[in-house]
Design a protein around this ligand. Structure first.
Ligand code: GRF
Length: 199
């Protein structure tokens, strides 16, 4: 399966996928990496792996919709079977989602439906939950609200701060991402009534 991965920062989730794709049995390869900003480690990781990259910055476009369409066009050029938003910090709009129906997944560092948005680990810590985690879901028009493909639980330690908690979540998140994207790629899936069935 052909994967296009979208990043906005460190790209450790991307790196986990690049590493997994080295094994021919994994059944997927990263054909391109897109970003919403330049000079991030995620783009360097793609370049180091010889994977084509593209950048679309919102501020370069007259409207958000035009950015959304331009991003979708660049992704479409690479004919993805699955688009993986992994640490991508922009909401994908209706035009983008319409271009890849049922084929865009996003990983979120909280147990949906708890703590959607940009500060999942901080919100979990502030709420005082003892267990949080990460979620892989199919992106819909909401914020972190789409049908869930996989989740992993992560304990919150008494002495955690946002950084230590998020780092612990990211360890589980990378494993969840690699395992689930591999299954989606190799065995397919169905989404019915917001429920995801893996092949
Ligand atoms: C991940 O935890 C992702 O879920 C969140 O930000 C982090 C990005 O990490 N949105 P990386 O860029 O993949 O290292």
């Amino acid at each position: 399966a052909r994967l296009v991965v979208l990043v906005s920062g460190a790209g450790t989730n991307l790196q986990a996928l690049l590493d997994a794709c080295q094994d021919p049995a994994y059944g997927a390869r990263v054909v391109a990496v897109g970003a919403d900003r330049d000079a991030i480690a995620g783009l360097q990781r793609a370049e180091d792996a010889g994977v084509p990259t593209f950048v679309h910055r919102v501020k370069d476009y007259a409207s958000r919709e035009e950015w959304d369409r331009a991003l979708a066009a660049s992704v479409a050029e690479h004919e993805p079977d699955l688009v993986v938003s992994a640490g991508f910090m922009k909401l994908l709009g209706p035009a983008f989602l319409a271009a890849f129906p049922g084929r865009v997944v996003n990983t979120h560092p909280a147990l949906s439906p708890s703590f959607p948005g940009m500060h999942g680990p901080a919100d979990a810590l502030a709420h005082g939950v003892k267990v949080t985690g990460c979620t892989l879901f199919f992106v819909d028009e909401g914020v972190d609200t789409g049908p869930i493909a996989a989740q992993a639980a992560v304990a919150v330690e008494d002495d955690d701060d946002v950084e230590t908690l998020h780092e612990r979540i990211k360890v589980a998140e990378r494993q969840m991402l690699v395992d689930t994207v591999g299954r989606l790629a190799r065995s397919g899936y169905t989404i019915e009534d917001r429920k995801v069935r893996l092949g």
